[in-house]
Every structure is written in structure tokens, then in C-alpha cells.
Design a protein around this ligand. Structure first.
Ligand SMILES: *[C@@H]1O[C@H](CO)[C@@H](O)[C@H](O)[C@H]1NC(C)=O
Ligand SMILES: *[C@@H]1O[C@H](CO)[C@@H](O)[C@H](O)[C@H]1NC(C)=O
Ligand SMILES: *[C@@H]1O[C@H](CO)[C@@H](O)[C@H](O)[C@H]1NC(C)=O
Ligand SMILES: CC(=O)N[C@H]1CO[C@H](CO)[C@@H](O)[C@@H]1O
Ligand SMILES: [Cu+2]
Length: 581
């Protein structure tokens, strides 16, 4: 009896502590209404130097341990430090973004991902009306997905495989120890949280980092800058309170349906490698930059403009899944959340003192939204300084005209075709603000419909029936974009055409013309933008990227998934299972 009473008191104390913590937080940080978020405090641009992310060579040991911790970090000279959740090998070394993990192709790695976040509640507003972990003991759930990785599904960070620091686990949880075979071609992946319904706030809080797979046989002899001339750039838009805390919507667009959830959260401040609007001194030579859009929802449309009022191109050499067949010169790069690009920028013809701005012109929502990029129009600045080294790296060598001989998926014409629709769902309250997003009108928990045969190749036709672009990510595999076809929106709205399509002659809802993939859709992709009113066709081969059979059993539990990579959409049902058989 006494024990029971004791338990009851302990329970009440816990409830009181939890309530108290929440109220303390609410008092410190004013509520923030979706789509009416106040601006961040004014911060001078280009006062902090770009941080070079620390690296951890995971090929050097067969097993490593990384943990998620709560930290405080200075993101700008004039902003008080910011509370974040971040990865590291210890509380002291945890940082935002987490360490860049360097793996070697053919050398498997295993990583134990520990959760050391002790907070009772997430410091960013969660929404109980979404499918989120229902915790008995409080804490912050987390699970790590290696985005773009060819990994067994019990190491894939399934959204239902979350765990807290207090020992509670999701229904798909089996282990915190993950196996990464590292069998795929050289490229840059990233690791990030994937918890069901909380992915957007865990990633906004800082739970992510880069993962580079190197393959000496592939990168050698391509004439690429290396060492300190190869720099990853990790972008994340953010919004801040004057006290340095991250400001995220805490009152939803339609609170009667979702009290907190905001369909699209756009920051007004650009953070690169953990500093706000940084600068980088560069020598008059070529550099290799490996870029990731780590925003929750904001698209980036990146370009370079110099203080001499001229533009500078990028030489793009790679994308999500590794090297392009050949380099392409591009003046603009569109990056959706989770997409990566590998580029060379040649500063060698610029005079000392020249300033080059990395700019963003993407409207929000992309591409037709009515919000202009505002302060996120500028991302960072490069300043040309005197050369400090003559011979390090490959300063002025020519980039190999052939980068990759393995970029094709051979089609026989008898591939299974699946047609998918991206839809938004409205309530009776608003005809413009959706209450959720769906794939094929189905929720996450509906039984799996994408059950594919390993070794097979399929063509997926993805039709966007919404007003904004959605980046569609397929776990486990890389794919190629075949073509796009424009939708006849008035005819569709008129219900005078059918969506059922027959490749290559689309159904009556689609224009006859097949359009080539845009420059930002070429190469091996694991995430692709589906523009509004467009059908985009992709070819997916359910093998390892190089065509070999899977080096592990891909049919095991809990299986994979495909989803929109705008994190607020993914958190609100725009996600479906993908099973292999
Ligand atoms: C690269 O070539 C340019 C001329 O095209 C030259 O001015 C510059 O000094 C060279 N850089 C290095 C590091 O050799
Ligand atoms: C591509 O194939 C050609 C011809 O066999 C070869 O010379 C070249 O080195 C290969 N390039 C790469 C990047 O593998
Ligand atoms: C829509 O339907 C009406 C009546 O069926 C027809 O007169 C009109 O031409 C249609 N418009 C389009 C764009 O198909
Ligand atoms: C069928 C449908 O909802 N189509 C939408 C596609 O996107 C355009 C904007 O580009 C909307 O106007 C259409 O209503
Ligand atoms: Cu979406």
C-alpha cells in the first residue's frame, strides 16, 4: 500500500515538473503563429568565418558510438548562444551540425546511435494531433536515417523505430546498433533524425550531419581539388528569438485541426555549417564544394554573383548518388530539402579582394509561392585572397571530361509502371491551407501498396496535384529521371480528362510533349522535385546502385519507405511504406 502511495506521489511530482518546465518555456518564448512568424533580430551578415566541419574517419575502426546531446552553440557573433540537439562522440564534442563521417567504399561500418537527450519535452513545439510517439515517461524520441544509404532495413532508421533516453522504444525498434555496408559508389550522404511526426523539429533542432563515402578508384585522376580545397557546405534556414532560441511555429495554421502544425515553416536567416551568413576566404584557384540543403521546407535556387557585378558559373560534377557522367556548367542550382550537389567553383580568374555572393532566389513555397526569399536571398560570401600555396592539391588541372561510366539503367520496355499522385487535403475550414498531405490518397498506416520485387526495374510516374513542388525521396535505391510531362490543369479541373496514363503516351490529362529532365534532375538521384502540374517519370532498379544484387536481405523487417522530403509534409502523412520481396 505504502509503495502504491509512493508511486502516486512520484507520478504527481513528475507531472508537476513537466508542467512547470513547459510553462517556464512558454513564458520565455512568446507563441509564434504559423505564417505570421515575426522576424529574427537584426544580425550583420558575413561577420563570422565559415566553420570547417570536423570529420570522423569511420573506416578506421569497425565500430563507433555517436550520441545525441543537448548543447548550446554560438551561431553568430551578436546572437546569444542557441540551444540545440546535436550529435557527437560525447557531450563535450557534440556539435551542430554533427561530425562529418568519412567512410570508404567496400569497408563496412557499424555505428551505435545513443540518445542522451534528457529533456522532458522537446524544446521545439511538437503537435499531439499528428502521429507521434506516445510516451509514458517523457523524453525526446530519436532515430537515425542514413539518407541515400544502401542499408538493411533494420539499420535504415524506420520512423517507428525511435527510442528515448528513458528506455521507451517505438514498435519497429530492434537495436541502436546499425550496420552500414558502404558498398555504393563515392558520394555524399547525410544522416538525420526520422522520428514519426517529429522529424521536422528534430532536424531543425540540429540532429543531422554529413556522411561521405570515398572510393579511391573513383575520385583519383578526375582532376578534382582535394584536402582543404574540398569543402562541404550544409545549409539550413532558421528563425530566432532575440535570446538566441530557435523560433518555430507553435500555433498552427488551422489550430482547430492541428494546434501546432504549420504546412511550411520558412526561416529568415541562413546558417551554413553552423554559422549565420558566414564568409570564406578563398585562393585564386578551383575549389570543390559539396552542398546539402538541410532546410525543413525551403527550396534553394543558388547562383554566384561577384562584386564586379558579374555572374560566375558552377561546374557541377555530382549529385545525390555520386558523379555525373560528365561535368555540366550551370548558372543556377535548385536544391530541395535533402538534395545534394557536388560542384567546382573556379576563382582563379578573379582579382584579389573580389567578393562573390552565393545567392538564393527560390520563392516560398517553391516555385510559385508569394513569399520572396527576403533575407535568405544571400547565403554566404567568398572573398578572394592571395594564394597561400603553390602546389597543394590540384590547383589548375583540368577536370576529367568523363566522370562516371556507370550512370545508365537499361530499360527493356516491359517494366512495371506505377502511377502515383501527390495530393493535399483540405478541411471545410479553408480551401487554401491544407490539413495534411498524402501520397495516392493514403495515410502512412494504410497497408503497404508499393511491394516491389528485388532485382526488378520499375517506372514510377509521379503526378503533382498540388500548388507546390514536393521532393520525393525513395529509401534504399538511387534512380534516374526519364522525363516530365505537363498536366492540362483546366481540363483536369473540369473533370474532362483521365489521370490514367500509358507510357509514353500519357492519358488525356497530359500534354503530348515529353520534356527532358531539368539540369538539377540529371544523374543518380535519391530525391527528386516533382513540379506542380507535372508528371515526372523515374526509372528505379531495385538492386544496389551498381546493378549488383543486394549485399544483404532487403526483405526483412521493418521495411523501407518513400516520402516527401519537405519535413512538415512527411510529418503529416506524406509518407508510405516500401517493401521488397
Ligand atoms: C591558376 O591559374 C591562374 C591563371 O589562369 C593563375 O593566375 C593562378 O595563380 C593559378 N593558381 C595557382 C594556385 O597556381
Ligand atoms: C570510362 O571508360 C573509359 C574507357 O574504357 C576509361 O578510359 C575511363 O577511365 C573511364 N572513366 C571512369 C571515370 O571510370
Ligand atoms: C469545361 O467544361 C465545359 C462544359 O462541359 C466546356 O464547355 C468547357 O469547354 C470545358 N473547358 C475546358 C478547359 O475543358
Ligand atoms: C489538379 C490540381 O490540383 N492541379 C493543381 C496543380 O498545380 C497548379 C499550380 O501550378 C494548380 O493551379 C492546380 O490546381
Ligand atoms: Cu511535400
Amino acid at each position: 500500500m505504502a509503495g502504491r502511495v509512493g508511486e502516486k506521489w512520484a507520478y504527481l511530482v513528475i507531472v508537476w515538473v513537466i508542467t512547470f518546465t513547459q510553462e517556464t518555456r512558454a513564458a520565455a518564448d512568446a507563441p509564434t503563429v504559423c505564417f505570421q512568424e515575426p522576424s529574427s533580430p537584426h544580425l550583420d551578415m558575413f561577420v563570422d568565418e565559415l566553420p570547417i566541419l570536423s570529420t570522423l574517419n569511420v573506416a578506421a575502426s569497425s565500430h563507433i558510438t555517436l550520441g545525441a546531446y543537448k548543447i548550446n552553440q554560438k551561431l553568430h557573433r551578436d546572437l546569444p548562444s542557441t540551444a540545440l540537439y546535436a550529435f557527437g562522440t560525447s557531450q563535450e564534442t557534440a556539435q551542430y551540425p554533427g561530425p562529418t563521417l568519412e567512410a570508404t567504399r567496400w569497408v563496412p561500418t557499424s555505428i551505435t546511435w545513443e540518445n542522451h537527450i534528457e529533456d522532458n519535452f522537446h524544446f521545439l513545439p511538437s503537435d499531439n494531433s499528428l502521429s507521434i510517439p506516445r510516451l509514458q515517461r517523457g523524453g525526446v524520441p530519436m532515430v537515425v536515417h542514413l539518407h541515400g544509404g544502401e542499408v538493411p532495413s533494420n539499420s535504415d532508421g524506420n520512423p517507428e523505430a525511435w527510442y528515448t533516453s528513458r528506455g521507451e522504444t517505438g514498435p519497429s525498434f530492434t537495436s541502436q546498433k546499425y550496420l552500414y555496408p558502404n558498398r555504393q559508389p563515392a558520394t555524399m550522404l547525410w544522416y538525420h533524425d526520422h522520428t514519426i511526426g517529429m522529424n521536422r523539429i528534430n532536424v531543425a533542432a540540429g540532429l543531422f550531419g554529413l556522411y561521405i563515402i570515398r572510393s579511391p578508384g573513383e575520385d583519383a585522376n578526375l582532376g578534382l581539388p582535394s584536402g582543404r580545397y574540398e569543402i562541404p557546405l550544409l545549409f539550413q534556414d532558421k528563425r530566432f528569438f532575440p535570446n538566441g532560441h530557435i523560433r518555430f511555429s507553435s500555433i498552427g495554421a488551422i489550430p482547430s485541426v492541428h494546434p501546432v502544425w504549420c504546412p511550411d515553416a520558412f526561416g529568415d536567416t541562413m546558417v551554413v555549417n553552423g554559422k549565420i551568413w558566414p564568409f570564406l576566404n578563398v585562393e585564386p584557384r578551383r575549389y570543390r564544394f559539396r552542398m546539402l540543403n538541410g532546410n525543413t521546407e525551403r527550396y534553394l535556387s543558388l547562383a554566384l554573383s561577384t562584386s564586379a557585378d558579374s555572374a560566375l558559373p558552377f561546374t557541377q560534377i555530382g549529385t545525390d548518388g555520386g558523379f555525373l557522367a560528365e561535368p555540366q556548367t550551370v548558372w543556377e542550382i535548385v536544391l530541395a530539402s535533402a538534395e545534394r550537389v557536388d560542384v567546382i567553383i573556379d576563382f582563379s580568374r578573379l582579382r584579389k579582394g573580389t567578393e562573390i555572393y552565393l545567392t538564393n532566389s527560390a520563392r516560398a513555397p517553391f516555385p510559385n509561392g508569394n513569399r520572396l526569399p527576403g533575407n535568405t536571398r544571400l547565403v554566404m560570401k567568398f572573398i578572394v585572397v592571395a594564394a597561400t600555396s603553390q602546389n597543394s592539391g590540384t590547383p589548375n588541372t583540368t577536370i576529367s571530361p568523363i566522370l562516371n561510366n556507370h550512370t545508365n539503367i537499361h530499360l527493356r520496355g516491359n517494366e512495371r509502371i506505377r502511377t502515383h499522385t501527390l495530393v493535399d487535403v483540405f478541411s471545410g475550414i479553408s480551401q487554401t491551407i491544407p490539413v495534411e498531405f498524402l501520397l495516392n490518397y493514403r495515410n502512412w498506416v494504410a497497408p503497404a501498396t508499393e511491394v516491389v520485387e528485388q532485382g526488378s526495374t520499375e517506372i514510377w510516374e509521379i503526378i503533382n496535384l498540388t500548388n507546390e513542388a514536393h521532393p520525393i525521396h525513395v529509401h534504399l535505391v538511387n534512380f534516374r529521371v526519364l522525363n516530365m510531362q505537363r498536366m492540362d490543369v483546366p481540363r483536369y479541373a473540369n473533370r474532362s480528362c483521365s489521370l490514367s496514363v500509358q507510357y509514353p503516351n500519357a492519358g488525356t490529362c497530359f500534354g503530348g510533349q515529353l520534356e527532358a529532365p531539368t539540369s538539377y534532375m540529371v544523374g543518380w538521384k535519391d530525391t527528386v522535385t516533382i513540379l506542380p502540374s507535372m508528371m515526372t517519370r523515374i526509372a528505379i532498379r531495385f538492386t544496389m546502385q551498381d546493378g549488383a544484387p543486394f549485399a544483404f536481405d532487403p526483405t526483412g523487417s521493418p521495411g523501407y519507405l518513400w516520402h516527401c522530403h519537405l519535413l512538415g509534409h512527411e510529418d503529416n502523412e506524406m509518407m508510405r511504406p516500401l517493401l521488397l520481396e
